[in-house]
Design a binder for this molecule. Structure first.
Ligand code: PBG
Length: 342
């Protein structure tokens, strides 16, 4: 017997395009490739060192010889770039190892470029790993030549820090870096670095700005890995407040005006709206940094048997790309490449 109100028969059936693996693959909009990834490496002094980082499974502090082995391995997998973080021998008030030509990063750049000339070497341009106080530049301290009495003790001094960023960027470029990536959220950092690179004969070297970098709790594991936790205070006076979106657009506009070649958002997954909005507003390549805490959370949940590592890692990377990232800095770079090439 016919009921009075039969269920309407759907005329539109999106599920037709999900009927098989091949059908789903035919209509997939966002596809990860090894060329999307930039692999972070932590480099330290010594020889034969491969020191595991506890909160970041599969990640290591590497001596230069080991970093070269790792770089070869990444390049062979089709990963186009690494970004280097240095752990210095010795820290001081102005982070001088960052601009020493024999410092850990310039030495690592020379070794990696000699072994893998086609692999792009990006250097994270910041002072927090190199200063004894762990802040990203010069700090206001009574008695110091930069001291400004009107500003509080411990305030990060913007313009003196620019001089150091400019100097260190030229040193890294002299050593062979392909891209300089300033991460300190210091006002004017792109212009200062661009001007110094051009004056130093490096007008062909790109600047990837950490343009919208938030003061994030998700950097926790990184600070153990890079030994860069501030000894006092936090980074809220220079990194952005997580609630702000218009301010991200202002930061990006300034970096574009100052000549940034690539715009980065960091962290990635909690900030997909920011990635999306920058992608829509600018034609520059957009990078997203899936940071240490994002990586550690997926690993920790997987280690507990609560989520599947491969599935969640690839899903997170796909979503970051779908939001608008052209490239992703991720500690999953190597594993993800192996998973997607299976
Ligand atoms: C600063 C820098 C940090 C990260 C990249 N560059 C740390 C910070 O701002 O405290 C974090 C990356 C991560 O968490 O994976 N040199």
């Amino acid at each position: 017997m016919q009921s009075e109100n039969p269920m309407p028969i759907p005329m539109l059936r999106p599920r037709r395009l999900r009927t098989s693996v091949t059908m789903r693959s035919l209509v997939r909009e966002t596809i990860l490739r090894p060329a999307d990834f930039i692999a972070p490496l932590f480099v330290r002094h010594g020889n034969g060192i491969r020191q595991p980082i506890k909160s970041m499974p599969g990640q290591f502090q590497l001596s230069i010889d080991q970093a070269v082995i790792e770089a070869r391995d990444l390049a062979a997998r089709g990963i186009p770039a690494v970004i280097l973080f240095g752990i210095p021998e010795h820290k001081d008030a102005c982070g001088s190892e960052n601009y020493s030509p024999d410092g850990i990063i310039p030495s690592a750049i020379r070794a990696i470029k000699a072994a893998c000339p086609d692999l792009l070497v990006i250097t994270d341009m910041c002072f927090c790993e190199y200063t004894d106080h762990g802040h990203c530049g010069i700090i206001n301290v009574p008695g110091d030549k930069h001291h400004i009495p009107a500003l509080p003790h411990g305030y990060l001094l913007n313009d003196p820090t620019l001089e150091l960023l400019a100097k260190a960027s030229v040193v890294h470029a002299d050593a062979g870096a392909d891209i300089i990536a300033p991460s300190g959220m210091i006002d004017g950092m792109i212009a200062a670095i661009r001007t110094a690179l051009d004056a130093g004969g490096h007008s062909h070297i790109s600047v990837m700005s950490y343009a919208a970098k938030y003061a994030s709790g998700f950097y926790g594991p990184f600070r153990d890995a890079a030994e860069s936790t501030p000894t006092f205070g936090d980074r809220h006076q220079y990194q952005m407040d997580p609630g702000n979106k218009r301010e991200a657009m202002k930061e990006v506009a300034i970096d574009v005006a100052e000549g940034a070649d690539i715009l980065m958002v960091k962290p990635a997954m909690p900030y997909l709206d920011i990635i999306h909005q920058i992608r829509a507003a600018y034609d520059h390549p957009v990078a997203a940094y899936q940071v240490s805490g994002e990586f550690a959370m997926i690993h920790a949940a997987a280690a507990n048997g609560w989520v599947d590592l491969e599935r969640c890692a690839l899903e997170s990377l796909t979503c970051i790309k779908r939001a608008g990232a052209d490239m992703i800095l991720t500690y999953f770079a190597k594993d993800a490449t192996d998973w997607i090439s299976k």
